[in-house]
Design a protein around this ligand. Structure first.
Ligand code: NBP
Length: 475
């Protein structure tokens, strides 16, 4: 037994993580259900480090130093359960099983409980960065027993991305917290991409810029507050020409956005927790709408009823769109961090939002300059009521709010859909409103269902006798 860690599941993610571990000087035992993948990896990259080839699960487990550490990188769901069960039967007290797949956090909570009952350490680790990140340094979000992290941490930190010398990996909290945080990360990624899409659409349809000009705008935006991986690669994708037709690639791609499900999970969880993640929700629904190709093609002749005109000053509108993008992005992150706080309270995880911002600065898909600001905000005030209320973000959004309104108004006038820009602005207006029509909602609920209400001027719970003399009684 000489391997410090084993990786089972050697599709694209597992192979690249295994190579990353080996490149960092760790001896890595390799296992895959079908040995062909193991051999393919060894043939192509076997010279990159110290690998131990194994075929059976028994051989794999026997190749590991104790306490054993196994990273599972198989398809989330039943496959992960099957592999965990097989491994657990072969492992001994104190060994560590790490699930690096995109597992649903409630599955991770269940698995951690099952494994701890068998004296095994179970670590549910969210890993972001796609295949390149897995190889060159991902952002890693491990949840599970703190004792397990003591020995595992240095190993994971060694292969994670680093920003300013700090690893993009930290112990998140107990059981499912790592996968929960990874899920919210993916939800924020959906919102970020939707906002970028809306900005692009406005520059194209409201201003009439061509795709190459829009690529230049994004290239220009990729500095300062908006500097981020997603804005950077937006310029790349928009600049790409289709070899066959010579058109911009974006014009030959079918406009139906796919989803693997983590955005939907985020919204479902937010509904259960009662957290308004409107930015993420709009992003998930916008992808769903885009995929309704039949319905869309049947509806293209609906009357547009346009009442606006193309903005007269191109530069001014581009700058407005930039401000709207930034403000909406602040909202999406504020909502995502609210969900992390709510999840932390619900499950008793004691999560530290500033730590999430720190490990998302590199390696992952939402990596951005912006996250330094979020980290600073939570450093300054760990109990922030909303990210939006941190002085830096408050100033930035207040400075851009008129631009934001102009953009949403223009889009509505011209009939260009901006669900995430518009709902983020509504969220902002809702949050800052002194009175909301929820008072009327309460009145209606009391009328038809005797659901009671509270009064602004005295303590207690009240009900109006709607079907009698309409006098008020204390409930
Ligand atoms: P896949 O999600 O495509 O899974 C393929 C792997 O699962 C293969 O090694 C396959 O073995 C194994 N497997 C399956 Br399928 N069923 C199995 C079973 N019943 N028993 C044992 N092994 C089984 O691979 P991936 O795209 O590399 O992703 C791995 C994990 O990482 C997933 O959970 C994914 O959600 C997550 N993730 C992916 C990305 C990404 O960018 N792709 C990013 C972040 C996280 P076989 O070779 O024998 O069929």
């Amino acid at each position: 037994a000489r391997a410090q860690i084993g990786v089972t599941g050697l599709a694209v993610m597992g192979s690249n993580i295994a190579r990353n571990l080996a490149r960092h000087g760790h001896t890595v035992a390799l296992h895959n259900r079908t040995t062909a993948k193991t051999d393919a990896l060894l043939e192509k990259h076997g010279d990159e480090g110290d690998f131990v080839r194994t075929e059976s699960m028994e051989e794999f487990v026997a190749a590991l130093e104790k306490p054993r550490r196994v990273l599972i990188m198989v398809k989330a769901g039943d496959a992960t359960d099957a592999v965990i069960s097989e491994l657990a039967d072969l492992m001994e007290d104190g060994d560590v099983i790490i699930d690096g797949g995109n597992s649903l956090y409630t599955d991770t909570i269940r698995r951690e409980k099952e494994m701890s009952e068998r004296n095994l350490n179970f670590v549910g680790a969210g890993i972001s960065g796609g295949e390149v990140g897995a190889l060159e340094g991902p952002s890693i979000m491990p949840g599970g027993p703190a004792e397990a992290y003591e020995s595992l941490g240095p190993l994971l930190e060694s292969i994670s991305a680093h920003v300013d010398g700090e690893p993009c990996c930290t112990h998140i909290g107990p059981d499912g917290s790592g996968h929960f945080v990874k899920m919210v990360h993916n939800g924020i990624e959906y919102a970020d991409m939707q906002l970028i899409g809306e900005a692009y659409d406005l520059l194209r349809r409201a201003l009439g810029l061509d795709v190459e000009q829009i690529a230049d705008v994004f290239r220009d935006w990729n500095s300062g507050d908006l500097e981020s991986y997603l804005v950077e690669i937006t310029a790349e994708v928009l600049s790409q020409k289709d070899a066959e037709t010579g058109k911009p690639l974006v014009d030959v791609i079918v406009d139906a956005a796919g989803q693997k499900g983590t955005g939907r999970w985020t919204v479902k969880s937010a509904l259960d927790l009662g957290v308004p993640v409107t930015g993420i929700g709009e992003a998930v629904f916008a992808r769903a709408l885009s995929s309704e190709l039949d319905q869309r093609s049947a509806a293209t002749d609906l009357k547009p009823g346009v009442i606006g005109e193309q903005p007269a000053d191109t530069d001014a509108f581009v700058s407005d769109v930039r401000a709207a993008l930034y403000a909406s992005k602040v909202i999406a992150y504020a909502q995502g961090f609210d969900q992390i706080r709510a999840g932390s309270e619900e499950y008793g995880w004691d999560l530290h939002p500033g730590a999430m911002a720190t490990i998302w600065r590199g390696g992952c898909i939402i990596r951005a300059q912006f996250l330094n600001r979020i980290r600073d905000a939570y450093d300054e005030n760990p109990d922030l009521k909303s990210l939006l209320l941190a002085p830096y973000f408050r100033d930035a959004v207040e400075e851009g709010v008129e631009s934001w309104r102009r953009v949403v108004t223009t889009a509505a006038g011209l009939g260009i859909p901006v669900p995430a820009f518009a709902s983020s602005l509504s969220y902002y207006d809702g949050l800052r409103s002194e009175r909301l029509p929820a008072a009327l909602t309460q009145g209606l609920r009391d009328y038809f269902g005797a659901h009671t209400y509270q009064r602004v001027d005295k303590e207690g719970t009240f009900h109006t006798l709607w079907s009698e003399d309409r006098s008020e009684v204390e409930a």
